[in-house]
Design a protein around this ligand. Structure first.
Ligand code: AMP
Ligand code: ZN
Length: 136
């Protein structure tokens, strides 16, 4: 897989976790940190990143799931307050085919406001609803 093999020394998010690259840190616990995305889709767009290097969610131990969800809720709530948002999108891209560019598991939290014009995904559907219903 082109660009898929990245070791921890070269991984940009490992470098952020080790403090070798600066970030706008907004959260820190035993196993996760969160910081602002450098190329945000909306005000406050942030990433929750595991402190250990796991490539995708499939590689991350499920035992960290509860802590990750806690982090999502805390960071999500903070971002709503700080940005006067009303909700947020949660996105995890797993694999290049799904749009993963940084091969270190991370959760996007994208604060949303009514009428903000943010587009998530390309809107393509697998098939028309009628076709799906006919196939069911
Ligand atoms: P993904 O497509 O899910 O792999 O998204 C990677 C995200 O990481 C993108 O939204 C980038 O803007 C973001 N990103 C890349 N490098 C940095 C960095 N040094 N600090 C903050 N965000 C970054
Ligand atoms: Zn890494």
């Amino acid at each position: 897989m082109a660009g898929g093999i990245i070791n921890m020394e070269d991984c940009i998010f490992c470098k952020i976790v080790r403090g070798e690259i600066p970030c706008k840190n907004i959260y820190d616990d035993d196993n996760f940190i969160a910081f602002l995305d450098v190329n945000p889709k909306s005000e406050g767009h942030s990433l929750i990143v595991s402190k250990k290097h796991y490539k995708t969610l499939l590689d991350m131990p499920s035992s960290l799931g509860g802590e990750l969800l806690d982090a999502v809720k805390k960071v999500g709530l903070d971002l709503i307050k700080e940005n006067n948002a009303e909700g947020f999108n949660l996105i995890v891209n797993n694999g290049e085919v799904a749009g993963q560019i940084v091969h270190h598991v991370h959760v996007h939290i994208i604060p949303r406001k009514k009428g903000d014009g943010v587009i998530i995904g390309d809107g393509k559907k697998l098939k028309d609803r009628e076709v799906l219903d006919a196939n069911a």
